[in-house]
Design a protein around this ligand. Sequence first.
Ligand code: TYD
Length: 203
Amino acid sequence: MSLFIVFEGLDGSGKSTQQQLLNDKLQIDKISSISFREPGSTVIGEKIVKILQSDQKLSPLSELLLFYVSRSAIIEEKIKPALENYDVVICDRYFYSSIAYQGYGREMNIDFINQINDEVVKNIIPDLIFYMDINWEEKIKRKGINVNDRFEKEDRVFHDKVRSGYISMAKKDSDKWKIIDAEEDVENISSFIYETVKYNLNT
Ligand code: TYD
C-alpha cells in the first residue's frame, strides 16, 4: 500500500510549486509517484471544472454536489488504482477543501458534508495532509484578486473563514496534518515536506 498525501490551502499559497518540487525529489530517489488534482483529473471531473469556471449561477448545495461528483470519479477511477501501483500518491485538494470552502466558507452544515463524505470517500483517507497556510495580505500581494474566479473573487471574510476551518481541522488531527507557513523560504518548505514524506515511507 502506498503513501497517500494531500495538499490543501488557499489559492496563492504555493501548493502547486511544492507538489512539483516533491515530485522532482521523489523521482531522483526513484520513488514512484503520481499526482492528481481536485476538481478534475477525470473526464467527468474536467467537465465539472468547466461548469465551475463558467459564470453559471450555482447554489452552495449544487456547488458542493458537483465537487462530490468529481471526487467520486477521481477516487474510483484514479486514486484507488494508483494506491495499488505507486509508492506515493499525491492529490492537490481533497474532501478537506469541501469542509473548508463549502462548510466553513459558505457556512453549509458540516455534519451534512461529513455524511456525504462517508459515502463517497469511505476508507480512502490520506496518511498525510500538508496545509499551506497563507494570510489575506500575502495572498493579495502574490495574486491580486481574480474577479472572474468563483472563489477568488470572494472577500477577506470568506478567506478568513476558510483559513480558520483549515486550521481547526489541522489542530484536531495534528499527527496527519502539517501546517506550513507559506511565507517561509520555498526550499526550506520543500525540504521539510520531503523529509516528512521519507520518514512516513519508512515507518
Ligand atoms: P483551482 O483553480 O483548481 O484552484 P487551486 O489552484 O487553488 O486549487 O480551483 C479550485 C477552486 O475550487 C479553489 O478555489 C477551491 C475550490 N474548491 C472548493 O470550494 N471545494 C472543493 O471541494 C474543492 C476540491 C475545491
